[in-house]
Design a protein around this ligand. Structure first.
Ligand SMILES: Cc1cc2nc3c(=O)[nH]c(=O)nc-3n(C[C@H](O)[C@H](O)[C@H](O)COP(=O)(O)O)c2cc1C
Length: 182
């Protein structure tokens, strides 16, 4: 079964591919990805002491020309796997605000783009309101200068996203917008 967020992400990835942009996707739900323990070890050196799937993801978060987070709404906010990843970016917060180091050079960060792809079962688009500060924080902390939300309310069953007019085309368009490498 394909999840709804995956269909939207696939469309964005396909759009990026059309303009020659390579992508790397991580399926968090299938990875060993633990929550932040607030041990504050990252205050010392900006590194995370937990050795799990995040160690594979970290370099991509910093080196990619763009970062997309695709996550459905569970219990009125982004799903736990996505939130765990964001919390584990505390090492970048520490690097910047404790150690005074920019994880991504400022000028490059300003050019990097972010995408937040989401869907929820309720018909109300304001269901996504509470995700805005979370995603704004995430993109800020990983050094992404601007981001675009692509959110769909009232999409509860796998496959239903295909019935939402223009949804996948809009995602593909965002992928194609990544013409110039950063
Ligand atoms: C555990 C769980 C909690 C959910 N909580 C909400 C919710 O609070 N609000 C909402 O609108 N939809 C909620 N939903 C519905 C999902 O957002 C919806 O089914 C979504 O389309 C799933 O996307 P996916 O197929 O990409 O996983 C929840 C679904 C699950 C499984």
């Amino acid at each position: 079964m394909k999840f709804i967020y995956e269909s939207v992400l696939d469309a964005l990835v396909a759009g990026a591919g059309e303009v020659g942009i390579g992508t790397r996707a991580f399926r968090l739900a299938e990875m060993d990805l633990r929550p932040c323990r607030a041990c504050n070890a990252c205050f010392r050196d900006g590194e995370c002491v937990q050795k799990d799937g995040m160690q594979e993801i970290y370099p991509h978060l910093l080196e990619a020309g763009a970062v997309a987070m695709a996550a459905p709404i569970f219990s009125m906010n982004i799903c736990a796997q996505a939130k765990a990843l964001i919390d584990r970016c505390q090492r970048f917060w520490s690097a910047r605000y404790v150690l005074g180091r920019e994880p991504v050079e400022r000028e490059r960060a300003e050019r990097r783009k972010g995408f937040f792809l989401s869907c929820c079962g309720r018909e109300r688009p304001d269901t996504f309101d509470c995700t805005r500060p979370v995603m704004a924080y995430f993109f800020h902390i990983v050094g992404v200068g601007s981001w675009t939300p692509l959110t769909y309310a009232g999409v509860d069953e796998a496959g239903k996203i295909r019935e939402v007019e223009g949804a996948l085309e809009r995602a593909a368009e965002l992928g194609r917008s990544l013409r110039s490498p950063v």
